[in-house]
Unconditional design. Structure first.
Lengths: 177, 177, 177, 177
């Protein structure tokens, strides 16, 4: 059966967005791309710095509250519905809960044919890229590098530490049915 | 019954985005905001300048192809699914087909309680704001100012020509059940 | 003598940037535009939240430290040098020190022919636009609306409270020699 | 004598901006960063697609006209004036004319103590990163990869093909007097 959805998980500054843009370029069919960043952009500004919404501490720690989780679940359902309606959908996410976050997705996916992708990057390298991009709180990359993969099961894994985004995208694209 | 979705229609540079941000600020519950701009951002880059996707001519004319329409319908279904799953959702759209675009939405909405909002702005004023924002092809604002409202039926209409975004948002918020 | 530089002063969210883009569009010659925002973008990221650099409090108060002032003076000299070298230059600034900031500029301008422009906007209206743009700390617009004009002398003043950016730009352009 | 200015030259998508942000982070003193991108942002919008200004062809070719060159020279003088006034300044540029562009800078620099930096990246790798960033016309990276270095003399060269931005920045910082 044809792949209907690609779910990409990786820590902050691991290179997910670049891989997604390359995937959209190399896959022959048009794929829509959504992710945790576009979800956060959709939230009210006041939720981006609140206990109920999203909090980012000075050392790059991230915690999310009840409102965030509730809205995110509804957003996940909607993204799944787009794939079910025939749009090919790529999602890039940060599984803050590791395996538990994967299970949140799995409960909503039903019979959808999903390709699970892990994007790894050594913490020290991701931390350097966090400085180079200049728009993230320092510390987020290092703290998320390992924990987001904890217990998660993938169909394909790539590592951006020494491999370019485009090469990673080609490895992933080769697994798209 | 409580309003589950707010669909806002208006031409380019009519002030929709500012109204949406004000609505998110004045409404007591958290509302997620999506729109034609976030949909276009989700498309592959190559579709943003293609016959099958989205084409913007040098004078600001916009035409969309078969792939665009197909993906957009799936995206609309997904956004509706988010509202059905309990997220309060604001959508800002440009009804290039006027009443026909409203009917595309209505076919997907089912029993959802939707507030339809028209955002008007005199063409000459919108054209001036298009110059002031500096990131749009000139001509788009003027060409869309009237046509997007053709035959569309609203619950509430606001006009940004002489009314600030925040005041418009308050008028709309007063109609949210 | 021909105007060589246009210095525009106004509080946060008073509409300076929109006026600058309209000025660049309506003036027949090409004018370069710089401002306090592009200066802040040029600083190291770590100076954007430090006692020595720039600090923005939760209520929108702004304070600048010794390093900021020193680098800013060098930046001002450079911008003046561009105008002296023949580039027509528009600067939009926020005179946090009112008349004292104008005097900082005047000491560097020498014989340059400068058009001084004040951009006013009622505090309550600017505060609403601050919510509508969504990328500024709330409170900045209201706190700066009056104080930046304190004791400053202008060649031309515009008020965006009820006048569009493009109309304001035309009023200013009419004074450009 | 202490380095007063760092001029970084490299083709599109070779990684200059990331290196600049890392340099600003690792250098103990505050350095201001300007570059061809901030210069282009300062130009009137209409010059970004005109024979007299800047033209980018569909295959990523770049040509600049008389107005562009004239304004750019004035801008270069201004940036040099900032360094002379005591600000430490990093400039990232694309030497479209190779050695001739370096000579344009040298004529303006006088006695300033400048560190010349070449940023290299294999054309094929830069072309892949151009796809990954998604905001550049494809072809620009490959066409500029070699030509911008033609005849240019450097104090230090780095190659981002297999070296991270932060490591490149450290190599450069070690040469800053």
């Amino acid at each position: 059966m044809a792949t209907q959805m690609i779910i990409i998980n990786g820590g902050s500054s691991s290179g997910k967005s670049g891989i997604v843009r390359c995937l959209q370029a190399v896959l022959p069919d048009p794929w829509l791309a959504f992710g945790v960043d576009s979800f956060v952009d959709a939230m009210p500004a006041r939720m981006r710095a609140s206990t109920e919404g999203l909090e980012i501490t000075a050392d790059g720690g991230v915690s999310v509250g009840a409102d965030f989780m509730e809205l995110q679940t509804a957003w996940m359902r909607g993204v799944v519905a787009m794939a079910r309606a025939g749009a090919r959908v790529i999602v890039d996410d940060v599984f803050l809960g590791g395996a538990a976050t994967q299970q949140r997705w799995q409960k909503l996916l039903g019979e959808l044919d999903v390709l699970w992708v892990g994007v790894r990057c050594e913490g020290a390298v991701a931390a350097g890229r966090e400085i180079a991009r200049g728009d993230r709180v320092q510390g987020m990359a290092a703290s998320q590098a390992e924990m987001v993969h904890d217990g998660v099961i993938y169909d394909v894994e790539v590592d951006t530490t020494r491999t370019e985004s485009l090469a990673c995208a080609r490895t992933i694209a080769a697994q798209v049915g």
